[in-house]
Unconditional design. Sequence first.
Length: 193
Amino acid sequence: MGRNREFDADHALDAAMHTFWERGYDGTSLSDLTEATGVGRQSLYLAFGDKQKLYLAALDRYREHFFVPLVEALDTSTDVRTALRDAILPLIDGSCVDQPEGCLLVAAATERATEDAAVRTRVTAAFAGLETALLEAAQRSRAAGRVSDTVDLTGWAAMAVAVIQGLRVLAAGGTDRGTLIRGLEATLAQLHP
């Protein structure tokens, strides 16, 4: 009878998240996951379930690490431009330097969301949550006199989500930081026509 090996589930999940992020779902084998996590197949299955369940857990972890802080930064702000700039610049800088692989949720949307309802639900919820946070921050900014009354805030929030994700895709493709910053600043400028 084999002995149970103990391992750090959080570390293993982070390693799996990065592996899926770098290789995509289809490009990641179980061998890749066991190598990246340092956890044997049986232990990995016992801890997380099958590959698809581990992928869903990795998407949840990604959301925790990259989307929740952005939403939290917007949740209390009365200056949406400053809050968004402060939250997005590190993502741009991370994409340009440390994480050229772009956004895991965007990758999941393009690779898996059409065929996997659980992935689609997570991706849609993350983007909708970001859109809601942007809209509410813009509304608070308007109430504080920092956003023009003529701006369609609902439309702006939807556009801002698309721009944020587009910036991550462009960064993954090697677009220079200056171009990314101009895209962000143009989006923020829409609040003051």
